[in-house]
Design a protein around this ligand. Structure first.
Ligand SMILES: C[S@@+](CC[C@H](N)C(=O)[O-])C[C@H]1O[C@@H](n2cnc3c(N)ncnc32)[C@H](O)[C@@H]1O
Length: 398
Protein backbone atom coordinates (compact mmCIF):
# COMPACT_ATOMS: atom_id res chain seq x y z
CA UNK A 1 0.00 0.00 0.00
CA UNK A 2 1.35 3.47 -0.82
CA UNK A 3 2.00 5.74 2.13
CA UNK A 4 -0.25 8.73 2.49
CA UNK A 5 2.32 11.46 3.03
CA UNK A 6 1.92 15.21 3.26
CA UNK A 7 5.50 16.31 2.82
CA UNK A 8 8.84 14.91 1.61
CA UNK A 9 10.11 15.62 5.14
CA UNK A 10 8.27 12.45 6.17
CA UNK A 11 10.72 10.43 4.02
CA UNK A 12 14.36 9.71 4.99
CA UNK A 13 16.42 12.80 4.16
CA UNK A 14 18.84 12.48 1.23
CA UNK A 15 22.50 13.26 1.95
CA UNK A 16 23.93 16.62 0.87
CA UNK A 17 25.42 15.28 -2.39
CA UNK A 18 22.17 13.62 -3.47
CA UNK A 19 20.22 16.75 -2.49
CA UNK A 20 22.58 18.84 -4.62
CA UNK A 21 22.12 16.53 -7.63
CA UNK A 22 18.36 16.66 -7.29
CA UNK A 23 18.55 20.46 -7.16
CA UNK A 24 20.61 20.47 -10.39
CA UNK A 25 18.03 18.24 -12.08
CA UNK A 26 15.17 20.49 -10.96
CA UNK A 27 16.98 23.46 -12.50
CA UNK A 28 17.27 21.56 -15.81
CA UNK A 29 13.59 20.60 -15.73
CA UNK A 30 12.66 24.23 -15.01
CA UNK A 31 14.70 25.27 -18.04
CA UNK A 32 12.85 22.77 -20.24
CA UNK A 33 9.53 24.13 -18.89
CA UNK A 34 10.61 27.65 -19.80
CA UNK A 35 11.67 26.46 -23.28
CA UNK A 36 8.19 24.91 -23.74
CA UNK A 37 6.12 28.02 -23.04
CA UNK A 38 5.71 27.42 -19.33
CA UNK A 39 4.64 23.78 -19.07
CA UNK A 40 5.64 20.24 -20.02
CA UNK A 41 3.60 17.06 -20.15
CA UNK A 42 3.84 14.67 -17.22
CA UNK A 43 5.51 12.11 -19.52
CA UNK A 44 8.22 14.63 -20.36
CA UNK A 45 8.75 15.34 -16.65
CA UNK A 46 8.96 11.60 -15.91
CA UNK A 47 11.40 11.06 -18.79
CA UNK A 48 13.68 13.78 -17.43
CA UNK A 49 13.33 12.71 -13.79
CA UNK A 50 14.34 9.13 -14.65
CA UNK A 51 16.72 9.44 -17.59
CA UNK A 52 18.48 12.85 -17.71
CA UNK A 53 22.12 11.81 -18.26
CA UNK A 54 24.09 11.86 -15.00
CA UNK A 55 21.17 13.23 -12.95
CA UNK A 56 18.04 11.16 -13.66
CA UNK A 57 17.07 8.35 -11.30
CA UNK A 58 18.25 5.57 -13.63
CA UNK A 59 21.19 7.54 -15.03
CA UNK A 60 22.93 8.56 -11.80
CA UNK A 61 25.15 6.49 -9.54
CA UNK A 62 22.47 5.86 -6.89
CA UNK A 63 22.06 2.39 -5.42
CA UNK A 64 18.59 1.53 -6.75
CA UNK A 65 18.27 -2.25 -6.67
CA UNK A 66 18.29 -4.55 -3.66
CA UNK A 67 17.87 -4.13 0.09
CA UNK A 68 20.04 -1.01 0.21
CA UNK A 69 18.25 0.61 -2.72
CA UNK A 70 14.63 1.50 -3.35
CA UNK A 71 13.07 -1.72 -4.66
CA UNK A 72 13.82 -5.36 -5.45
CA UNK A 73 13.16 -6.97 -8.83
CA UNK A 74 12.65 -10.71 -9.40
CA UNK A 75 16.18 -11.46 -10.68
CA UNK A 76 17.51 -9.74 -7.53
CA UNK A 77 15.28 -11.94 -5.37
CA UNK A 78 16.65 -15.29 -6.54
CA UNK A 79 18.72 -16.98 -9.28
CA UNK A 80 15.76 -19.38 -9.62
CA UNK A 81 13.98 -16.68 -11.63
CA UNK A 82 16.73 -16.65 -14.29
CA UNK A 83 16.98 -20.44 -14.20
CA UNK A 84 13.29 -20.80 -15.10
CA UNK A 85 13.65 -18.14 -17.78
CA UNK A 86 16.66 -20.02 -19.15
CA UNK A 87 14.56 -23.17 -19.55
CA UNK A 88 11.97 -21.25 -21.56
CA UNK A 89 14.72 -19.57 -23.58
CA UNK A 90 16.48 -22.87 -24.36
CA UNK A 91 13.18 -24.35 -25.51
CA UNK A 92 12.60 -21.44 -27.92
CA UNK A 93 16.21 -21.59 -29.17
CA UNK A 94 15.48 -25.06 -30.56
CA UNK A 95 13.21 -23.46 -33.18
CA UNK A 96 15.59 -20.66 -34.20
CA UNK A 97 18.64 -20.55 -36.42
CA UNK A 98 21.65 -18.85 -34.75
CA UNK A 99 19.53 -17.45 -31.94
CA UNK A 100 20.57 -14.69 -29.58
CA UNK A 101 19.20 -13.05 -26.45
CA UNK A 102 18.32 -9.37 -26.44
CA UNK A 103 17.72 -7.98 -22.95
CA UNK A 104 16.17 -4.57 -22.49
CA UNK A 105 17.05 -2.51 -19.41
CA UNK A 106 19.34 -4.97 -17.68
CA UNK A 107 19.41 -3.12 -14.33
CA UNK A 108 22.29 -4.30 -12.15
CA UNK A 109 23.21 -7.03 -14.70
CA UNK A 110 22.27 -9.87 -12.36
CA UNK A 111 19.71 -11.38 -14.75
CA UNK A 112 22.27 -11.47 -17.59
CA UNK A 113 24.79 -13.19 -15.31
CA UNK A 114 22.36 -15.83 -14.04
CA UNK A 115 20.75 -16.41 -17.43
CA UNK A 116 24.07 -16.91 -19.20
CA UNK A 117 25.17 -19.23 -16.43
CA UNK A 118 21.95 -21.28 -16.60
CA UNK A 119 21.99 -21.40 -20.42
CA UNK A 120 25.52 -22.74 -20.25
CA UNK A 121 24.36 -25.51 -17.93
CA UNK A 122 21.56 -26.33 -20.37
CA UNK A 123 24.09 -26.38 -23.21
CA UNK A 124 22.14 -23.62 -24.93
CA UNK A 125 24.50 -20.64 -24.89
CA UNK A 126 23.77 -18.06 -27.59
CA UNK A 127 26.67 -16.63 -29.57
CA UNK A 128 25.52 -13.15 -28.58
CA UNK A 129 23.73 -11.74 -25.56
CA UNK A 130 22.74 -8.20 -26.49
CA UNK A 131 21.80 -5.61 -23.90
CA UNK A 132 19.98 -2.39 -24.74
CA UNK A 133 20.19 -0.05 -21.79
CA UNK A 134 19.39 3.68 -21.70
CA UNK A 135 21.53 4.49 -18.67
CA UNK A 136 25.31 4.83 -19.19
CA UNK A 137 25.83 4.37 -15.46
CA UNK A 138 23.88 1.08 -15.42
CA UNK A 139 25.74 -0.14 -18.52
CA UNK A 140 28.98 0.37 -16.64
CA UNK A 141 27.62 -1.47 -13.60
CA UNK A 142 26.31 -4.35 -15.76
CA UNK A 143 29.69 -4.75 -17.43
CA UNK A 144 31.46 -4.87 -14.07
CA UNK A 145 29.01 -7.45 -12.73
CA UNK A 146 29.36 -9.67 -15.83
CA UNK A 147 33.18 -9.40 -15.93
CA UNK A 148 33.36 -10.41 -12.29
CA UNK A 149 30.73 -13.15 -12.16
CA UNK A 150 31.03 -14.88 -15.57
CA UNK A 151 34.36 -13.67 -17.09
CA UNK A 152 34.48 -16.68 -19.46
CA UNK A 153 31.15 -15.61 -21.01
CA UNK A 154 31.73 -11.85 -21.04
CA UNK A 155 32.85 -11.72 -24.67
CA UNK A 156 29.38 -12.87 -25.73
CA UNK A 157 27.75 -9.79 -24.19
CA UNK A 158 27.34 -6.79 -26.49
CA UNK A 159 25.81 -3.47 -25.42
CA UNK A 160 23.74 -1.74 -28.07
CA UNK A 161 23.11 1.99 -28.33
CA UNK A 162 19.91 1.37 -30.29
CA UNK A 163 18.00 -1.48 -31.85
CA UNK A 164 20.12 -3.22 -34.51
CA UNK A 165 19.28 -2.56 -38.16
CA UNK A 166 20.01 -6.20 -39.01
CA UNK A 167 16.99 -8.30 -37.90
CA UNK A 168 17.71 -10.97 -35.27
CA UNK A 169 16.41 -14.41 -34.42
CA UNK A 170 15.99 -13.72 -30.76
CA UNK A 171 14.49 -14.28 -27.37
CA UNK A 172 13.87 -10.74 -26.15
CA UNK A 173 13.68 -10.30 -22.39
CA UNK A 174 11.98 -7.26 -20.97
CA UNK A 175 11.77 -7.52 -17.19
CA UNK A 176 10.34 -4.50 -15.37
CA UNK A 177 11.13 -2.11 -18.21
CA UNK A 178 7.65 -1.19 -19.46
CA UNK A 179 6.79 0.04 -15.96
CA UNK A 180 9.80 2.37 -16.13
CA UNK A 181 8.65 4.07 -19.34
CA UNK A 182 7.13 7.55 -19.01
CA UNK A 183 3.35 7.73 -18.80
CA UNK A 184 0.81 10.47 -19.45
CA UNK A 185 -1.68 11.10 -16.64
CA UNK A 186 -5.27 12.15 -17.25
CA UNK A 187 -8.35 12.91 -15.17
CA UNK A 188 -12.02 13.23 -16.02
CA UNK A 189 -13.31 16.59 -14.72
CA UNK A 190 -16.70 17.11 -13.04
CA UNK A 191 -18.15 18.39 -16.35
CA UNK A 192 -16.87 15.21 -18.09
CA UNK A 193 -14.10 17.12 -19.90
CA UNK A 194 -10.79 15.33 -20.11
CA UNK A 195 -7.77 16.95 -18.46
CA UNK A 196 -4.13 16.13 -18.70
CA UNK A 197 -1.49 16.50 -16.03
CA UNK A 198 1.23 19.01 -16.87
CA UNK A 199 4.20 20.22 -14.87
CA UNK A 200 4.96 23.93 -14.54
CA UNK A 201 6.80 26.27 -12.20
CA UNK A 202 4.96 28.24 -9.53
CA UNK A 203 6.76 30.42 -6.98
CA UNK A 204 10.03 28.87 -8.19
CA UNK A 205 8.96 25.28 -7.40
CA UNK A 206 7.67 22.52 -9.68
CA UNK A 207 3.92 22.13 -9.63
CA UNK A 208 1.66 19.50 -11.23
CA UNK A 209 -1.49 20.96 -12.73
CA UNK A 210 -4.40 19.56 -14.72
CA UNK A 211 -5.09 21.45 -17.96
CA UNK A 212 -7.29 20.73 -20.99
CA UNK A 213 -6.35 17.46 -22.71
CA UNK A 214 -5.20 17.29 -26.32
CA UNK A 215 -7.31 15.58 -28.99
CA UNK A 216 -4.79 12.68 -28.97
CA UNK A 217 -5.47 12.06 -25.30
CA UNK A 218 -9.23 12.25 -25.83
CA UNK A 219 -8.85 9.54 -28.47
CA UNK A 220 -6.82 7.37 -26.11
CA UNK A 221 -9.57 7.66 -23.49
CA UNK A 222 -12.19 6.68 -26.08
CA UNK A 223 -10.14 3.62 -27.03
CA UNK A 224 -9.86 2.61 -23.36
CA UNK A 225 -13.62 3.03 -22.92
CA UNK A 226 -14.34 0.89 -25.99
CA UNK A 227 -12.06 -1.84 -24.66
CA UNK A 228 -13.54 -1.90 -21.17
CA UNK A 229 -17.09 -1.26 -22.45
CA UNK A 230 -17.62 1.44 -19.82
CA UNK A 231 -17.36 5.21 -19.55
CA UNK A 232 -14.77 6.55 -17.15
CA UNK A 233 -16.73 8.67 -14.64
CA UNK A 234 -16.00 12.23 -13.46
CA UNK A 235 -13.24 12.19 -10.83
CA UNK A 236 -11.52 9.23 -12.45
CA UNK A 237 -7.74 9.61 -12.91
CA UNK A 238 -5.31 7.22 -14.52
CA UNK A 239 -2.45 6.99 -16.99
CA UNK A 240 -1.23 5.34 -20.20
CA UNK A 241 2.10 4.71 -21.89
CA UNK A 242 2.34 6.96 -24.98
CA UNK A 243 5.54 5.26 -26.22
CA UNK A 244 4.27 1.70 -26.19
CA UNK A 245 3.06 1.46 -29.77
CA UNK A 246 6.18 2.99 -31.36
CA UNK A 247 8.43 0.91 -29.09
CA UNK A 248 6.71 -2.32 -30.20
CA UNK A 249 6.81 -1.30 -33.88
CA UNK A 250 10.55 -0.68 -33.65
CA UNK A 251 11.04 -3.98 -31.84
CA UNK A 252 9.04 -5.80 -34.49
CA UNK A 253 11.41 -4.48 -37.17
CA UNK A 254 14.31 -5.99 -35.19
CA UNK A 255 12.86 -9.44 -34.51
CA UNK A 256 12.97 -11.56 -37.68
CA UNK A 257 11.81 -14.62 -35.74
CA UNK A 258 11.55 -15.29 -32.04
CA UNK A 259 9.73 -14.52 -28.82
CA UNK A 260 9.49 -11.37 -26.73
CA UNK A 261 8.92 -12.13 -23.05
CA UNK A 262 7.47 -9.14 -21.23
CA UNK A 263 7.47 -9.49 -17.46
CA UNK A 264 5.99 -6.75 -15.35
CA UNK A 265 3.34 -5.79 -12.85
CA UNK A 266 0.19 -5.11 -14.73
CA UNK A 267 -3.39 -5.85 -15.52
CA UNK A 268 -5.77 -6.30 -18.43
CA UNK A 269 -7.55 -3.04 -19.38
CA UNK A 270 -10.73 -3.92 -17.48
CA UNK A 271 -8.74 -4.41 -14.27
CA UNK A 272 -6.40 -1.47 -14.94
CA UNK A 273 -9.23 0.99 -15.59
CA UNK A 274 -11.56 -0.60 -13.06
CA UNK A 275 -14.05 1.88 -11.52
CA UNK A 276 -12.49 1.21 -8.09
CA UNK A 277 -9.01 2.21 -9.22
CA UNK A 278 -9.97 5.90 -9.33
CA UNK A 279 -6.47 7.25 -8.72
CA UNK A 280 -4.62 5.17 -11.30
CA UNK A 281 -1.50 3.11 -10.70
CA UNK A 282 1.34 5.64 -10.63
CA UNK A 283 3.68 4.98 -7.74
CA UNK A 284 6.99 6.32 -6.43
CA UNK A 285 9.61 4.33 -4.55
CA UNK A 286 12.14 5.82 -2.22
CA UNK A 287 14.17 3.54 0.04
CA UNK A 288 11.48 0.85 0.06
CA UNK A 289 8.71 3.32 0.84
CA UNK A 290 5.94 3.50 -1.73
CA UNK A 291 4.07 6.80 -2.06
CA UNK A 292 2.23 8.78 -4.73
CA UNK A 293 4.08 12.11 -5.04
CA UNK A 294 6.08 12.09 -8.31
CA UNK A 295 7.40 15.65 -7.93
CA UNK A 296 9.27 14.93 -4.70
CA UNK A 297 13.04 14.51 -4.82
CA UNK A 298 13.36 14.44 -8.66
CA UNK A 299 16.15 12.08 -9.67
CA UNK A 300 16.29 10.39 -6.26
CA UNK A 301 13.12 8.31 -6.36
CA UNK A 302 11.73 5.82 -8.84
CA UNK A 303 8.49 6.74 -10.60
CA UNK A 304 6.58 3.85 -12.10
CA UNK A 305 3.16 2.76 -13.34
CA UNK A 306 1.51 -0.60 -13.88
CA UNK A 307 1.35 -2.00 -17.42
CA UNK A 308 -1.94 -2.22 -19.34
CA UNK A 309 -1.39 -5.63 -20.97
CA UNK A 310 -4.49 -5.25 -23.16
CA UNK A 311 -2.86 -2.21 -24.71
CA UNK A 312 0.37 -4.18 -25.11
CA UNK A 313 -1.53 -6.97 -26.89
CA UNK A 314 -3.36 -4.61 -29.29
CA UNK A 315 -0.20 -2.65 -30.09
CA UNK A 316 1.83 -5.84 -30.52
CA UNK A 317 -0.62 -7.34 -33.02
CA UNK A 318 -0.64 -4.05 -34.93
CA UNK A 319 3.16 -4.19 -35.00
CA UNK A 320 3.17 -7.70 -36.50
CA UNK A 321 3.53 -9.96 -33.44
CA UNK A 322 1.20 -12.72 -32.27
CA UNK A 323 0.21 -12.84 -28.62
CA UNK A 324 1.16 -16.42 -27.72
CA UNK A 325 0.54 -16.37 -23.98
CA UNK A 326 -0.34 -14.26 -20.96
CA UNK A 327 -0.08 -15.62 -17.47
CA UNK A 328 0.98 -14.84 -13.92
CA UNK A 329 4.63 -14.87 -12.92
CA UNK A 330 3.90 -17.72 -10.49
CA UNK A 331 2.33 -19.92 -13.19
CA UNK A 332 5.11 -19.09 -15.66
CA UNK A 333 7.88 -20.02 -13.21
CA UNK A 334 6.16 -23.19 -12.00
CA UNK A 335 5.48 -24.31 -15.57
CA UNK A 336 9.17 -23.80 -16.28
CA UNK A 337 10.24 -26.17 -13.52
CA UNK A 338 10.56 -23.99 -10.42
CA UNK A 339 9.68 -26.86 -8.08
CA UNK A 340 12.18 -29.24 -9.73
CA UNK A 341 14.91 -26.62 -9.60
CA UNK A 342 14.11 -26.08 -5.94
CA UNK A 343 14.28 -29.82 -5.22
CA UNK A 344 17.64 -30.10 -7.03
CA UNK A 345 19.08 -27.34 -4.88
CA UNK A 346 17.95 -28.65 -1.51
CA UNK A 347 20.77 -29.42 0.88
CA UNK A 348 21.20 -30.35 4.56
CA UNK A 349 21.89 -26.74 5.37
CA UNK A 350 18.70 -25.63 7.15
CA UNK A 351 19.54 -21.96 6.77
CA UNK A 352 20.01 -22.33 3.02
CA UNK A 353 16.69 -24.19 2.80
CA UNK A 354 14.93 -21.36 4.58
CA UNK A 355 16.50 -18.80 2.27
CA UNK A 356 15.42 -20.79 -0.82
CA UNK A 357 11.86 -21.26 0.36
CA UNK A 358 11.60 -17.55 1.22
CA UNK A 359 12.80 -16.69 -2.30
CA UNK A 360 10.18 -18.98 -3.82
CA UNK A 361 7.46 -17.41 -1.70
CA UNK A 362 8.48 -13.92 -2.83
CA UNK A 363 8.46 -14.96 -6.49
CA UNK A 364 5.19 -16.89 -6.44
CA UNK A 365 2.82 -15.96 -3.60
CA UNK A 366 -0.21 -13.96 -4.76
CA UNK A 367 0.43 -11.46 -1.95
CA UNK A 368 4.01 -10.94 -3.20
CA UNK A 369 5.09 -11.03 -6.88
CA UNK A 370 3.20 -14.16 -7.95
CA UNK A 371 -0.06 -12.70 -9.28
CA UNK A 372 0.62 -8.96 -9.57
CA UNK A 373 3.41 -9.73 -12.02
CA UNK A 374 2.40 -11.10 -15.40
CA UNK A 375 4.32 -12.63 -18.27
CA UNK A 376 3.28 -12.04 -21.87
CA UNK A 377 4.82 -13.79 -24.87
CA UNK A 378 4.82 -12.07 -28.26
CA UNK A 379 5.95 -14.27 -31.10
CA UNK A 380 7.14 -13.90 -34.67
CA UNK A 381 7.44 -16.89 -37.00
CA UNK A 382 7.22 -19.34 -34.11
CA UNK A 383 4.02 -21.27 -33.72
CA UNK A 384 4.60 -23.82 -30.98
CA UNK A 385 3.16 -23.95 -27.46
CA UNK A 386 5.55 -22.34 -24.97
CA UNK A 387 6.05 -24.27 -21.72
CA UNK A 388 5.65 -21.20 -19.52
CA UNK A 389 2.02 -20.79 -20.52
CA UNK A 390 0.88 -24.41 -20.21
CA UNK A 391 -0.28 -24.12 -16.59
CA UNK A 392 -2.49 -21.13 -16.99
CA UNK A 393 -3.26 -18.77 -19.83
CA UNK A 394 -5.13 -15.55 -19.12
CA UNK A 395 -5.37 -14.36 -22.75
CA UNK A 396 -9.17 -14.49 -22.49
CA UNK A 397 -8.97 -11.64 -19.92
CA UNK A 398 -7.27 -9.24 -22.33
C1 LIG B 1 13.05 -1.21 -12.89
S1 LIG B 1 14.55 -1.34 -13.77
C2 LIG B 1 14.58 -3.06 -14.09
C3 LIG B 1 15.96 -3.59 -14.25
C4 LIG B 1 16.11 -5.07 -14.56
N1 LIG B 1 15.43 -5.46 -15.78
C5 LIG B 1 15.63 -5.91 -13.40
O1 LIG B 1 14.62 -6.58 -13.53
O2 LIG B 1 16.29 -5.89 -12.34
C6 LIG B 1 14.18 -0.59 -15.31
C7 LIG B 1 15.31 -0.66 -16.32
O3 LIG B 1 14.80 -0.36 -17.61
C8 LIG B 1 15.69 0.53 -18.29
N2 LIG B 1 14.89 1.16 -19.36
C9 LIG B 1 13.78 1.90 -19.27
N3 LIG B 1 13.28 2.22 -20.48
C10 LIG B 1 14.08 1.60 -21.38
C11 LIG B 1 14.07 1.51 -22.80
N4 LIG B 1 13.15 2.14 -23.54
N5 LIG B 1 15.05 0.79 -23.40
C12 LIG B 1 15.98 0.15 -22.67
N6 LIG B 1 16.04 0.20 -21.31
C13 LIG B 1 15.11 0.91 -20.68
C14 LIG B 1 16.20 1.39 -17.14
O4 LIG B 1 17.33 2.13 -17.47
C15 LIG B 1 16.46 0.30 -16.09
O5 LIG B 1 17.66 -0.39 -16.32
Amino acid sequence: MPLNLNSPNELPKPDAQAGQRSHQLVEKIKQSIEDNNGQISFASFMQQALYTPGLGYYSSGLQKFGQRGDFITAPEVSPLFAQCLARQTAEIFRYLETPCVLEFGAGSGVLAVELLHALQQLDALPRHYYILELSAELKHRQKQQIDEAVPHLAERVVWLEQLPVQPLNAVVIVNEVLDAMPVECFAVAKNDCLQRLSVRVKDDVLEAKFTQASSVMVKVKQTIEQRIEQTLPPGYASEYNPQLSSWLSALSQTVAAGVVLLIDYGYSASEYYHPDRVNGTLMCYYRHRAHSQPLWYPGLQDITAFVDFTDVAYSAVKAGFSVAGYTSQAAFLLANGLSELHAEQLSDDTRQQLVLSQQIKTLTLPSEMGERFKVMALTKKIDVPLSGFTWQDYRNRL
